[in-house]
Design a protein around this ligand. Sequence first.
Ligand SMILES: O=C(O)CCC(=O)C(=O)O
Ligand SMILES: [Fe+2]
Length: 235
Amino acid sequence: STKQNYTCPHHLYNVQIFSEDPLVIYIPSFITEHEAAHLQKLSSGRFSYSQIADGTGQQGLAHTRTSQSTSLESDEIVKCIEDRALQFQGYDVRRERLEPLQAVQYALAQEYKPHTDWFTSSSQTTAEFGGNRLSSFFVYVTADDIAGGGTQFPLLDAPHDERWCQYVNCDASWEDGVTFRPIPRNAVFWKNLKGGMGDRRTLHAGLPIQRGNKLGMNIWTRERDLDVKYRSDRI
Ligand SMILES: O=C(O)CCC(=O)C(=O)O
Ligand SMILES: [Fe+2]
C-alpha cells in the first residue's frame, strides 16, 4: 500500500540559537503547510480539557491550564514530524524516547499559566515514563487572526537585536522576559534539564488568547525510553 511506501518529503527549515544557556533554539518553518493542515484534521473533534500533574503527581483538571489537548496517533505524516524532531536532537536519541505528540487547542481567553514541562514529582518520572522530560518543542500549528497567545518565558532575557522582533514580542516590558509570537509552522525548542536536574529558567506560559484561536503541538523527549504502553504506536 502507499502507507508502507510512504517516505518523508525532504523539508528544509531554519534554526537560530536564541539562548545557549539554557539552550533555546528558534525554528522557523519547522513543519510544512501540508503537515499543519493534516495535524488540524487529525486532532479535530478529539480534544478534551487538558490535564496537568500536581506536585504529588496526581493528574487532574486545573484552572492553570484551560486549553484542550489530545495525543496524536502516529500515522505516516506524524511519523515524519517525529523523525525530524529526533534528527534535530542528534542520532543518539531513539524513537522510544518520544512521547506521543500532543496537540493543544486554545479558544478565546484560554491559557496555560506559568509552568515547567519537567516534573517535580517522582511518580511522573519513573522508569516506565523514561525519567523526566529532557527537551520540549512547542510548535505553532495554526493561529487564525490571533491576538495574544504567545509563549512567554519570564526568566529568559529579551533579545537585543531587533531582527528578533519578527518572532518575539518586542513591545513587552523587559521584566516580562521573552514572549515568542504564535507564528504558524514555527517552533521553539528548549532543553528542560541541566545535569539531569530541572532547569527553573525554562518556566513558561501560553498567554491568554485575546482574539482568534491557536492550535499548537508539544513534542517531548524523555531522558530514556518510555515503556511501550506510553508510546505513540499504542494510541
Ligand atoms: O501554548 C503555549 O504557547 C505553550 C504551551 C505549553 O507550554 C504546554 O502545553 O506545555
Ligand atoms: Fe509547557
